[in-house]
Every structure is written in structure tokens, then in C-alpha cells.
Design a protein around this ligand. Structure first.
Ligand SMILES: C[S@@+](CC[C@H](N)C(=O)[O-])C[C@H]1O[C@@H](n2cnc3c(N)ncnc32)[C@H](O)[C@@H]1O
Length: 439
């Protein structure tokens, strides 16, 4: 995967193309595809097509007369541009001194001049580069110059409960988050006489059992989880006839509301006064739909509790070499980590789905005041899973050099980061968010 593909004509374009390549790679740490001048002689190199496919952005360097030869059907630049257009890449023409749009541009390239472009001004090179970067898709530069790229959109839920390791990680997270969420769960326990709970994305059931499931007021606890294997484990561990049951349902499927109704009828439940959704929405493609679907099952006096994350609230200081930020950047890019800007959407989604009295109960889990073991748990919760995810990504995309590089870098840096993390003066904040709302 590349951030940028640089397309250029050898005569007049090479020098600028190389400058951009160096600037983007060295200053911003981006992954840039820039094939060497020598490769550009002879027959068109078909490998260029796959490099374009793998790049989100296509920068087209346009020196004087660059497009004149595009009338020829086998012209390299023409082939590259057409491919980028077909694949709907973010095409940015970079116009150099003396370039003008030619009158004889073939019809298939006629739309090219409609793309937003940048005029490169040698005197103001840095300003031109900043403008260029601001137009890139899927890339942004933080104030300290660290390049970050995030999953731009929600995808088909890629989360899979995999192993004992994952269960252990969730357990550590669960323990760690006690101080974060216990206030809300304690309030729930004291508010209601009887608890009718629906936990969506319940995984092994460990979390909901720990927070509410063992309470004497518990009447019914229904867990929903789409991994069959995990549902079985949860039922084996916690299932109680007529009281606690986990069901294999996909929360995003069309049948979801009908399935919940069936389960409620089967269990003799009229409504839930607690609906709990912990660390699930970030893995969903259509969280709005789920929230809207769930509202009908919440009693008039009931409460919905949502825990989620937003990497925009992740902060680490000091990070002189940008290593911690690099890990966070890797995390935001790994599809396995879910949609890392999920947290900021929840207030809006709840409102749109018809909920009232929406509260942000907690924002950000910081290391301030934590003892050694708690810090260790934070490190384990966040940093260890990035390493595990990279391993999964490496298997999924064996030809992706960036993933391979990230994995190699991270596996050799991991211990050093762990040590630095135990510095008492390090400030680290993770963007966990806890919302509640009413029907
Ligand atoms: C990150 S875990 C969170 C587990 C638990 N709620 C917690 O906070 O510890 C998310 C769980 O949601 C499940 N999940 C993901 N997408 C789902 C879907 N569409 N329907 C039901 N469960 C889903 C995953 O299999 C996984 O077990």
C-alpha cells in the first residue's frame, strides 16, 4: 500500500518528482511510489498499474509540454493517467513553471483540467508542498510533524475473537477500566429493583458478568455475539437456565430486531432496562442502524450504556522520537483495530437514533495516579494488541512492505517502549469514552 504515486515525464519532470519523493518520505514518513528514471525507458511497465491500484493519491507532475505526447495511445503518461482516472484515484496535477493545458488533449483526458491542482512555486517550495499535502486523501500531518493516516471509513466488521491471548487482553482491559466505568454501573445497580440486561457484542461474557451479571438484582441477562465459538464458551461459563443466556446473532444483520423479539418471547422478557454496548460500535459498519433498532427494546425508564474509543483523544508526552505516535498511527491504519474515530460519532448517532438525555459520563483514561501494575495493564491493553494485529495483517497482506516494515520496527522497539512507558513522568491518555442515554 502506498500513500502517493508520483507520475512524471522524464524530460522536465524527474527532478521535481524526486524532490517530492524525498520530501514526502523523509520529512513526513509517507510511503511514496516513485519509480526510477531508468525504468521509464522502453516498453510500458505493467507493474505500474498495480502500484497505482495500491496508492490512494496520484500526483501528476506537469512540466512545460508534459501532455503534448499524450495524443499517442501507447504513451506512458497517458496510460498511467487513464488508469488512475478509471480507478478513481485522488488525482492532483502539479503544474510547473511554463505548463499550460494543451489544445490537442485527447477526449479521454479532457477531464484532467477539472481536477484541483497546485502550481509549484520554486521560491515558496515549502508552501507549495503544504498545499499539496493538504489535498492528499487519507493523510494528515500533526502539529509535531508526525505523519498519521487513519482508516477513513467504517468497514465490514473485521473483528474476530481469536485466541486465549485476546481473551486475556480483554480481561486486562476490563480490570483496568473498572475505575473508568464503575460509577455508571454502580448507579445502575442502585437505581433499579430488577435488572433486565441486554449486552451486545458480549464476547466471552466476562465483562458484563463482572460489572452487572453477578448482582442479586439480576433477573435476566442476554448476551449477543456473532462468533459462534465464543457464544458457546460464554454459555458454558456463565449460562443459567431462565436467567443468563448468550445467543449467536449478528447485530448488523437484517434479522437482528426479529431475532431479539424471538429471544425476548422465549425468555419472557418485555423490555430491557439496561442495554450495554462495550467496545463494539468501532467494529461496525452501520452503528446508527443498530442503535435505532435497539431503542424499541429499552424500557421507558431504561438506560443504554456505550463504551467506545476515539484515537483523536490519544495523547502521549514526551515522545521525542515520535515512537509512541508511530504505534498509534499504525493502530489507526490496521483494519483489525476497527474504526478509530468511532467515539466522536456516538453523541450524534444516539441523537439521530431518537435517544434522549445523552451524557458523556467519562472521557479519556490517563496514566496519572496509576501505580506500576496499572501502567503495565495500559501498556498491555493498547500496545500489545497493535503488535498482535500487525502479525495478523502481515499474514493477510504478505506483499505489503509497509506492514512488514512496521512489524519489524515494532517487534524490535517494543521492549524499549515498554521501559519508557514506565517513566513516572510520562503522560499518556487513551481516548476511551463512556456514554449513557435514555429512550
Ligand atoms: C472488542 S470485543 C468487546 C467485548 C466486550 N464487550 C468487552 O468490552 O470486553 C467485541 C466483540 O463484539 C463481537 N462482534 C463484532 N461484530 C459483531 C456483530 N456484528 N454482531 C455481534 N457481535 C459482534 C466480536 O466478536 C467481539 O467478541
Amino acid at each position: 500500500m502506498y500513500d502517493v504515486f508520483i507520475s512524471y515525464r522524464r524530460d522536465g519532470g524527474f527532478e521535481t518528482a524526486r524532490l517530492i519523493y524525498e520530501h514526502f518520505s523523509n520529512v513526513f514518513g509517507m510511503k511514496v511510489f516513485f519509480d526510477l528514471e531508468e525504468l521509464r525507458s522502453g516498453k510500458f511497465n505493467l507493474k505500474l498499474y498495480s502500484a497505482i491500484d495500491e496508492s490512494e493519491n496520484f500526483i501528476l507532475v506537469l512540466p512545460k509540454g508534459a501532455l503534448d505526447r499524450c495524443v499517442n495511445e501507447d504513451d506512458w503518461l497517458r496510460l498511467e493517467i487513464l488508469h488512475a482516472m478509471q480507478k478513481e484515484k485522488n488525482i492532483i496535477p502539479l503544474m510547473l513553471n511554463g505548463f499550460t493545458w494543451p489544445d490537442n488533449l485527447p477526449d479521454c483526458l479532457a477531464d484532467l483540467s477539472k481536477y484541483n491542482g497546485v502550481t509549484l512555486n520554486r521560491e515558496y517550495f515549502d508552501a507549495s508542498m503544504t498545499k499539496l499535502v493538504s489535498m492528499l486523501r487519507g493523510v494528515n500531518i500533526t502539529t509535531n510533524g508526525v505523519f498519521r493516516k487513519q482508516n477513513q471509513e467504517r468497514r465490514e466488521n473485521p473483528y474476530h475473537y481469536l485466541s486465549d491471548e485476546e481473551r486475556h487482553r480483554l480481561y486486562v482491559q476490563q480490570e483496568l477500566m473498572k475505575s473508568f466505568d464503575c460509577e455508571v454501573y454502580d448507579r445502575i445497580k442502585s437505581t433499579y429493583d430488577k435488572l433486565y440486561i441486554l449486552d451486545v457484542g458480549s464476547s466471552s461474557g466476562d465483562l458484563i458478568m463482572d460489572r452487572l451479571g453477578r448482582h442479586e438484582k439480576l433477573e435476566k441477562l442476554i448476551g449477543i455475539e456473532y462468533s459462534e465459538e465464543v457464544v458457546k464458551a460464554a454459555n458454558d461459563a456463565y449460562g443459567e437456565e431462565n436467567r443468563i443466556a448468550f445467543y449467536n446473532v449478528d447485530a448488523e444483520s437484517q434479522q437482528f430486531p426479529a431475532r431479539i423479539k424471538e429471544i425476548m418471547a422465549e425468555q419472557g422478557i418485555e423490555g430491557f432496562n439496561v442495554i450495554n454496548i462495550s467496545m463494539l460500535l468501532l467494529h461496525l459498519k452501520t452503528p446508527y442502524k443498530l442503535l435505532k433498532n435497539l431503542r424499541q427494546f429499552l424500557t421507558r425508564d431504561g438506560i443504554i450504556v456505550i463504551k467506545d474509543i476515539d484515537d483523536g483523544y490519544n495523547i502521549v508526552y514526551p515522545d521525542e522520537k515520535g515512537e509512541f505516535n508511530r504505534v498509534m498511527e499504525i493502530c489507526s491504519r490496521n483494519e483489525t483495530s476497527g474504526y478509530r474515530q468511532s467515539g466522536r460519532q456516538i453523541y450524534t448517532l444516539l441523537g439521530r437514533a431518537g435517544y434522549n438525555d445523552i451524557k458523556l459520563e467519562k472521557l479519556g483514561l490517563t496514566t496519572i495516579g496509576m501505580d506500576y501494575d496499572e501502567r503495565e495493564a495500559v501498556f498491555e491493553t493498547y500496545f500489545s494488541f497493535v503488535l498482535g494485529d500487525l502479525l495478523i495483517m502481515k499474514k493477510r497482506y504478505p506483499n505489503d512492505k509497509r506492514i512488514a516494515n512496521d512489524y519489524e520496527w515494532y517487534s524490535t522497539t517494543y521492549e524499549e517502549l515498554e521501559e519508557k512507558f514506565h517513566d513516572n513522568n510520562l503522560f499518556f491518555s487513551l481516548g476511551f469514552m463512556l456514554f449513557t442515554a435514555r429512550r
